[in-house]
Write a protein that binds this ligand. Structure first.
Ligand code: D41
Length: 694
């Protein structure tokens, strides 16, 4: 140990700057040229700002090749270079994720326009900041002649062939479009398209195809598709587009269009057939910019695509011209970022969790990290194959991603940061909870604990499943209480729940008398249920809510279901051989029948009905695909209505699809429907069909 020395020499800033530059060059190459970044954007930004700060302190040490002196990417040799007729500017980013980010922008604009505090609020346009890649689309005499990436802003790459495969991008414009029109916007991949693409990639890898890999996020998948040299492959990568600006346009004096505002221009682009987001809004002053930032932040997880912030633009084109730009950035626009969806952290442990059906899932326990607006401490590794493929080890520095409503996942490992003596992860061959054998069936990705209800983890999950809101709903029965009750041996099976006495509950640690009584009341209330809820709550493998409803409707009574043969079960819409077998196996087990009898004896009851006449339902035999946001119905709601009317809802469009129901922001599924000639409905038309109309 040395004592702190107040007169220690300055740390070696020059050396650190050389190292940072080297590191940034390397990561920029991986990002722009290889489309395979190994660190999250937020980490790149942090290193970049660190270098900027050092350069500000030592301007004499700035080198012309420093990454701070150059904006944007690099032109790949394979694509023809395109010099942009009007440079593609970049946009100032505000990383302050508080409301002040918007207030600072408004204050700066007002100052630059010499407006006093008394002057009225300025009008802005606020738009989502789509997380894709910037594209310039050039139309001459109404025809798409060239699509180019941004590149370094001056020179991009000609990717016309690949962009032509995006069905949302018009190839021809209406007659009132000017002779020269360049539309700028963002090419991106929808989350569902990304998940489906990665699923196909995983299947290719499993089938042993060489050189295939999964994509780390939708933006990289989109970048990979745009810069794919084989247009046939590019065509299989579903891309979407949103317009947000212009490049070269025929001047008004030469008969070109005249617009007063950015918003008006966006309306025209929409009329000409370009996708313009329905989330673009006019906002008056800083107050409405802040409100927009917050409302879009609240929508973020539920959108069909990734956004990394919002963009504010001065609406008046005259004021935009007056404000002009500094270096490469317009003064009249700013990107206000949301918290990053990918961050770095370290793996503290890899636990194996046991699910209700015994499925073992490896879960990385992480040093807490703020990702996409929440603190994350767990991330799924999916299964053994995924954990091995990514080679995640305890002690590793990893990229975690949390986007949308999905469970956080470990995207990749930073191999350079691996410490010594780490061990490859192996799945235990025994259940970590009950010690029963864990087996992986031929052709399955998952290991399962064979302990059944002997395994306390499976018992706990079974109880939580039964008590959840969509099943019999026991309000207030959460995982903490179930842990206590099962661990103390008070509850072993579902009927034990209804045998709980006040004393047993009130004697639990940290349980007040009032809470114990509330729990008893909630249990009492849950006894009055419905057959579909009860059936779903039993947790029969492959019997989800829709199947439970179909069974209840078809048979009317529980006893009829319990005694139905596999053949009888196959007569139910939506029940195939695997599901029929699973239902039969469940009811063939004496202990399951015993549990049912006891639950009934405890007073769990529901109105029983008559078997449904097998009259055809309005939508039976029809398959629907939902895309975009419907005006009034939520996605789950629309799905439930279609299923209740006998229809099926599928995730992707194929020749077998009967109808595509499209709302706003509909993406590639709509294109696919048009391509295959599948009928497209709006919400009103769907409702008519649900009511039994044509
Ligand atoms: O959604 C976006 N990513 C987006 C990007 C947007 N909504 N608006 C943008 N506006 C501009 C200016 C103000 C220069 C017309 C942009 C970008 N630029 C941009 N994207 C990448 C570089 C620049």
């Amino acid at each position: 140990m040395t004592t702190p020395d107040l007169f220690a020499p300055e740390p070696d800033d020059a050396g650190e700057m050389v190292q940072l530059r080297q590191l940034l060059h390397e990561h920029a190459h991986r990002y722009y040229v290889l489309d395979a970044p190994t660190i999250p954007d937020a980490e790149y930004d942090r290193l970049f700002r660190q270098l900027q700060a050092l350069e500000a302190r030592h301007p004499e040490l700035i080198t012309p090749d420093s990454p701070t002196q150059r904006v944007g990417g690099k032109v790949l040799a394979q694509f023809a270079p395109v010099r942009h007729a009007v440079p593609m500017l970049s946009i100032r980013t505000e990383t302050d994720t508080e409301a002040s980010g918007a207030e600072n922008f408004d204050a700066r604009i007002r100052r630059e326009l010499s407006l006093t505090d008394a002057a009225p609020a300025l009008e802005y346009v606020a738009e989502p900041k789509f997380d894709g890649l910037a594209m310039n689309l050039r139309y001459e005499h109404g025809a798409l002649v060239q699509a180019a990436t941004r590149g370094d802003g001056e020179v991009g790459e000609d990717v016309t062939q690949n962009i032509r495969t995006i069905g949302q991008i018009p190839l021809r414009l209406p007659a009132d479009a000017p002779p020269v029109l360049e539309v700028r916007g963002e090419v991106y991949m929808r989350r569902d398209d990304f998940e489906a693409l990665n699923e196909r990639q995983r299947q290719r890898i499993a089938a042993g195809e060489r050189g295939e890999h999964t994509f780390v996020n939708p933006r990289n998948a989109a970048a990979g598709a745009v810069r794919q040299l084989d247009p046939a492959i590019a065509a299989q990568r579903p891309l979407s587009f949103f317009a947000y600006g212009l490049g070269e346009v025929t001047a008004p004096e030469a008969g070109g269009p005249v617009w007063q505002t950015h918003f008006e221009m966006m309306q025209t682009l929409k009329n000409w057939g370009f996708p313009v987001s329905s989330l673009v809004r006019i906002a008056q002053g800083a107050v409405e910019l802040v409100a927009y930032y917050e409302s879009i932040g609240a929508l973020r997880d539920g959108l069909g695509f990734d956004i990394d912030g919002v963009v504010y633009k001065v609406n008046s084109l005259a004021l935009q011209r007056q404000l002009g730009f500094v270096t490469r950035e317009p003064r009249w626009a700013v990107a206000h970022k949301f918290p990053a969806q990918e961050m770095l952290t370290t793996v503290l442990a890899i636990d194996v969790q046991v699910g209700r059906t015994g499925k073992l899932t490896p879960v990385a326990k992480l040093a807490p990290v703020f990702v996409g607006g929440v603190t994350v401490t767990n991330a799924t590794l999916h299964n053994e194959d995924e954990a091995r493929r990514k080679d995640v080890r305890v002690g590793d520095t990893v990229v975690v991603r949390r986007a949308g409503d999905v469970i956080p996942e470990v995207v990749s490992v930073l191999p350079d940061k691996r410490v010594d003596d780490t061990a490859i992860f192996t799945m235990p061959r025994q259940c970590p909870v009950c010690g029963s054998a864990a087996v992986r069936e031929e052709g399955e990705a998952d290991y399962r604990c064979t302990g059944g209800l002997f395994c306390s983890a499976q018992r706990k999950q079974a109880i939580l499943h039964f008590a959840q809101r969509r099943a019999v709903e026991v309000e207030g029965l959460g995982d903490k209480l179930v842990d206590q009750l099962v661990d103390a041996g008070i509850i072993n099976t579902l009927p034990d729940l209804y045998r709980l006495g006040f004393t047993a509950l009130a004697n639990l640690p940290r349980m007040a008398d009032k809470s114990a009584q509330n729990m008893l009341d909630a249990l009492e209330k849950s006894k009055q249920t419905s057959l579909p809820r009860f059936l779903f709550g039993l947790g029969i493998r492959h019997v989800g809510e829709a199947t439970a409803k179909a069974l209840a409707r078809h048979f009317g009574k529980l006893d009829a279901i319990m005694d139905a043969s596999e053949e009888d079960l196959l007569a139910v819409a939506d029940v195939g051989p695997i599901v029929a077998k699973s239902i039969r196996t469940f009811f063939d087990q004496a202990h399951n029948r015993e549990v049912l009898e006891q639950l009934r004896a405890c007073g769990v009851t529901w109105p029983e009905g008559e078997p449904a006449p097998v009259a055809p339902q309005p939508l039976s035999g029809q398959t629907f695909v939902l895309t975009g946001t419907l005006p009034t119905l939520g996605r789950e709601q629309a799905k439930a209505l279609i299923e209740a009317a006998g229809g099926k809802v599928a995730g992707s469009v194929s020749k077998k699809t009967s109808f595509v129901v499209a709302g706003t922001e509909a993406g590639s599924k709509l294109d696919k429907a048009r391509e295959l000639g599948v009928a497209v409905l709006d919400e009103d038309q769907l409702k008519e069909m649900l009511d039994g109309g044509a």
